[in-house]
Ligand binder design. Structure first.
Ligand code: SF4
Ligand code: SF4
Length: 426
């Protein structure tokens, strides 16, 4: 592997702490991913991306900056990547899934907020994330209280811009969000020095829609029985899509899909017939948060779908009928597409319940595991409604709440195994 020390030094990273993070990843990846049997050959690309996680792609970002391009960091799918790409910017997801930075974050932030926020904030404090270090602007949003108050603190460390996401979906909220997109467009133009034209926005939307379509195709293929890919392997391209080059990622996902189609045609699955099929619903899971998938799939079940922003919510709707010449109409389209993303920060959020039920049917799910990150109030509270709703529909549900630590793995495994056993007897 290329030596990236100079690049990381130039990005003002703490190389010693960074080594601790990077050294832990190969072992975790080996014991979680590489031990799986019968993996699709096309997963080799994603294995490579993980082996280069802070290398090759970061080098591309640095080259982009050298040519005058700008990097934008985001923590939510409501940040409109189309607008960034239309101004020749690159958008990278900064949500973090590692425990290593949490202790440092807790020296500043309260302990009882969700690990996703603490992990990401700790990455910045510890200077161990090159994506964070490369950012010219970090874009936050007001989805949950934990995030919106953290942005105020994070702005002491990095240039921040905050978008106000409404929490209902009335006409007035749609107008507010459309106005936020227009204000953000202006901000992106100011930072990049590039005017966003209708044609550039339309091209960016087409590019990102092709990535969404490829990921949707991957998910659609998981509806097959037997399922041609493990949940762990299917999760990875979604996680990687938050930082990889959109065009390359789309090509690689399409290659993976072609292989899965051939597997389906030949009735090749990754698990034996009648393996219980699980839908995971809830908080996003970002690299290297593979804990729940790993427990489920080493306990005799297979994850066939994630109802999450690292899952179906990432591509649940596409802009169609884009008017290439009308910028305002395109912005409205982006707003409408995004407002179909049923994050638990919205109230009421009945559409999410219906979406979960639809997914259960489409993916022929035997049971749902609702996953909330500890202290994530929106998802923990919404789990109460999900339980009531799925009980009425007679769909078995297990509710889990956990963080990034491994201390509760055996306790969760016991609960998951009991749940799977119950599903197997049905
Ligand atoms: S779960 Fe909500 S806050 Fe998180 S990325 Fe999705 S939409 Fe944004
Ligand atoms: S996981 Fe929950 S608490 Fe954490 S940032 Fe997302 S919505 Fe907020």
């Amino acid at each position: 592997m290329e030596d990236y020390n100079q690049m990381w030094t130039d990005l003002e990273m703490d190389l010693e702490r960074h080594d601790v993070l990077l050294n832990a990843l190969p072992e975790l990846y080996q014991s979680t991913y590489l031990v799986q049997n019968n993996r699709p050959r096309a997963m080799a690309y994603f294995d490579f991306v993980i082996s280069e996680i802070h290398g090759l792609r970061v080098k591309e970002l640095v080259e982009h900056k050298t040519k005058g391009g700008k990097i934008f960091g985001a923590f939510c799918v409501y940040v409109p990547e189309e607008i960034i790409v239309a101004a020749n910017g690159i958008c990278v997801g900064l949500c973090a899934g590692a425990e290593i930075s949490i202790a440092r974050a807790e020296q500043v932030l309260p302990r009882n907020i969700c690990p996703l926020i603490k992990s990401a904030f700790g990455f910045k404090l510890e200077k161990i994330c090159p994506y964070f270090q490369a950012c010219d602007l970090v874009v936050g949003e007001t989805t949950c209280d934990g995030k919106k108050k953290t942005w105020e603190i994070l702005s002491d460390y990095v240039p921040m811009y905050v978008m106000e996401l409404p929490q209902q979906k009335r006409e007035v909220d749609r107008a507010l969000w459309t106005g936020e997109l227009l204000a953000f467009k202006q901000k992106v133009e100011d930072i990049t020095g590039n005017k966003i034209t209708a044609s550039a926005l339309s091209k960016a939307t087409t590019l990102l829609n092709s990535r969404r379509a490829a990921l949707k195709h991957l998910y659609d293929l998981r509806k097959a029985d037997p399922v041609p890919i493990s949940g762990l392997d299917a999760l990875l391209p979604v996680q990687v899509s938050f930082f990889d080059d959109p065009l390359r990622l789309t090509q690689k996902v399409n290659e993976l899909c072609a292989e899965l189609e051939s597997r389906i045609n030949n009735k090749i699955g990754v698990t034996p017939p009648n393996t219980p099929r699980i839908l995971i619903s809830g908080s996003p899971m970002v690299i290297p948060n593979w804990k729940i998938h790993s427990i489920i799939e080493s306990s005799g079940a297979v994850v066939v779908c994630e109802e999450s922003c690292t899952g179906t919510r990432l591509f649940s709707s596409l802009n169609t009928g884009i008017n290439e010449n009308d910028l305002d109409a395109q912005i409205k389209f982006i707003a409408e597409r995004q407002l179909k993303t049923n994050c638990a920060c919205f109230t009421p959020n009945e559409e999410r319940l219906e979406e979960i039920l639809d997914l259960c049917r489409e993916y022929k799910v035997d049971g749902v595991i609702n996953y909330s990150l500890s202290f994530c109030q929106p998802y923990m509270l919404e789990a109460v409604k999900i339980k009531k709703y799925l009980d009425q529909k007679k769909i078995p549900l297990l509710t889990l709440e956990t963080d990034y630590g491994l201390g509760d793995v055996e306790q969760i495994r016991t609960r998951v195994q009991a749940f799977i056993e119950m599903l197997s007897k049905k």
